[in-house]
Design a protein around this ligand. Structure first.
Ligand code: ADP
Ligand code: MG
Length: 575
């Protein structure tokens, strides 16, 4: 028995209970993880205090879930792992949170402090291991340090630019006991001594707001770009007011999609190259000028473009050295810009040449894409099933499902074809281009937003990273429909030139190949979920119809022509 309750008098609590009490006190309502030595009791105690524990098969997926939960809920997603290898597996999620600027706390048990350096069970210097992947860490070296450690990792995760933090709790500390009254005193003391400034939003410099408005007012070709930082800040209403009162076209990054609907008349998404190539002032809100935005440099951007960067992180602004940088919360800053404009309004009228150019280009590009989409191509290419999925999702209305997307061609084509109409309804490979996030993100989305259906559109390779978590979907009966674009491998079929296929292992399958026709739908049925194998438009339509109304764990295995699409999707030049 992992639980040692019978040994603890009722006037005492052990470290496990104290951690659980602190988590509950800090408002943690969900925890993701894998139990085992030494954290099983901790998980049970947290559940007993009202925290929902979602138990995974692998810490990697649980960690991805915690990272996405942080993004969707605005509160740190918490990952619980065992020591040593559990902590190492969890680094995948922790680093993903850190890179995406999402709040997450990883809590790992660690080996006995008295055995350190002597090869204890699962011994690892975990605080050192997490260092490159987190912005703050704490080790509770004594049971009395638990409350202050728990509250500080939670505050640090959301402070400033959100990110990953780590809490290390040695096994002996989890076992040690204190009087209940002492536990309460420690919690109160820790709460009273937390640094309140840490989680304050930065104060916005008003003269910079005036400068931003001046730049936008004088611009001939202004553009508003926003990303997942603006989504995290819940800046959708403020951005909508700003866009609609000024008539300035907007461009979301992939996860910024939906803050304003993709179908909005000022959406420049389908004219992205023109919009970024020609704009003269770009107000960039909660989005980094990194590889996803071509570093803000020519030839993709004009060399004369003036950037107004809004970011909660001062270092980010210093790094990019824009014409104007405003440190602040996206929602606050956009609201202030809008208010400042209201005093002396300006609007790019319907016949404004820049707006007309963008609208024309959007219309042309949409027409071109629709021409490709209308044809039913069988065996399926990427376009035909994506159109059918798009139409099925649109048919659902509000609340829109949360879309989870990963893969190469599957994600690229999906980003262009699938329509986002509500904020924070898209989760994809993100800043790091992380593959393997799929099932973790699905599970996080389902528990974070129980009213929404979750629809994952994934390549077969992306799906494979976390496929065993389909059992987790069934166990918790989550409303998740996973659609696997199955083209038999990474990028699809064997694309090597014949002269590359040589040497003693030439008869092995290509490094990109999986078993052709893999029956991923049966994988889910092994656990009692519902699986479909589809290869035609009618089969796909009926599988979507049924599964969207059933709202039960489902895998739809879509057979795709292994030679459709390009190797590496849109990233071919890098492979
Ligand atoms: P995307 O991938 O959508 O372009 P990024 O992750 O590159 O988005 O950028 C998000 C940016 O948003 C980060 O630089 C982060 O510091 C910033 N950010 C996070 N939270 C906020 C907030 N509340 N207000 C403003 N900016 C924020
Ligand atoms: Mg594939």
């Amino acid at each position: 028995m992992a639980d040692a309750d019978h040994k603890i008098p009722s006037t005492m609590v052990d470290g496990n209970t104290l951690v659980a009490m602190c988590l509950a006190r800090a408002g943690v309502d969900k925890m993701f993880g894998v139990v085992g030595i030494p954290v099983t009791t901790l998980a049970n105690r947290a559940v007993a205090l009202g925290v929902r524990f979602i138990a995974f098969h692998n810490e990697q997926s649980a960690g991805y879930a915690a990272s996405a939960y942080g993004y969707l809920s605005g509160r740190p997603g918490v990952l619980l792992t065992v020591s040593g290898p559990g902590c190492v597996h969890g680094l995948a999620g922790l680093s993903n949170a850190q890179i995406n600027s999402w709040p997450m706390v990883m809590i790992s048990g660690s080996s006995e402090q008295s055995c350190v350096g002597r090869g204890d069970f699962q011994e690892l210097d975990q605080v050192a291991a997490v260092k490159p992947f987190s912005k703050f860490s704490a080790k509770a070296t004594d049971v009395s340090k638990i409350p202050s450690s728990v509250f500080s990792v939670i505050d640090w995760a959301v402070a400033g630019r959100p990110g990953g933090t780590y809490l290390d709790i040695p096994s002996d500390v989890l076992r040690h006991t204190v009087e209940v009254s002492e536990a309460e005193r420690l919690i109160t003391e820790a709460l009273n001594s937390t640094d309140k400034d840490l989680i304050l939003k930065p104060e916005v410099n008003h003269s910079k707001i005036q400068k931003a408005v001046e730049l936008l007012r004088k611009a001939e070709r202004p553009l508003i770009v926003f990303g997942k930082g603006a989504a995290y800040a819940k800046a959708e209403n403020e951005l909508t007011k700003l866009v609609e009162s000024t008539g300035i076209p907007f461009l979301p990054t992939p996860m910024g999609k939906g803050l304003l609907p993709d179908t909005h008349e000022l959406a420049a998404t389908a004219a992205r190259s023109l919009a970024i190539g020609k704009c003269d002032v770009a107000l960039v809100v909660g989005a980094r000028l990194n590889w996803l935005l071509h570093f803000g440099e020519p030839p993709r951007w004009s060399k004369d473009v003036k950037f107004v960067l809004v970011d909660v992180c001062k270092q980010e602004i210093e790094l990019r050295n824009p014409s104007l940088g405003i440190v602040g919360d996206a929602k606050d800053v956009v609201e202030m810009i809008h208010k400042e404009i209201e005093d002396d309004p300006f609007v790019l009228g319907k016949n404004h040449p820049w707006v007309e150019d963008i609208k024309r280009k959007v219309k042309d590009n949409v027409a071109k894409m629709e021409a490709q989409l209308v044809k039913d191509v069988v065996p399926f290419n990427f376009m035909t099933p994506m159109r059918i999925i798009r139409d099925a999702i649109s048919g659902m209305g509000s609340p829109a499902p949360i879309l989870v997307s990963e893969g190469a061609n599957t994600m690229d084509v999906g980003r262009a074809v699938l329509v986002q109409t509500e904020p924070r309804t898209r989760l994809d490979a993100g800043t790091w281009g992380t593959m393997g996030v799929g099932l973790g993100y699905c599970i996080a989305a389902a528990v974070a937003e129980p009213d929404r259906l979750v629809v994952a559109v994934e390549g077969d390779s992306g799906f494979g990273f976390s496929a065993m978590e389909v059992e987790t979907l069934v166990r918790y009966q989550l409303p998740v429909v996973v659609i696997v674009f199955n083209n038999g491998g990474v990028y699809g079929g064997d694309r090597r030139n014949p002269e590359e296929i040589t040497g003693p292992h030439k008869d092995d399958p290509a490094p990109t190949s999986f078993v052709p026709g893999a029956a991923y739908h049966i994988l889910l049925e092994a656990f009692g979920g519902k699986g479909y194998l589809v290869g035609t438009p009618d089969e796909l339509k009926s599988a979507l119809d049924e599964s969207f109304s059933a709202r039960k764990p489902t895998v739809i295995n879509v057979t795709i022509d292994p030679y459709a699409g390009a190797e590496s999707g849109r990233m071919q030049h890098r492979n």
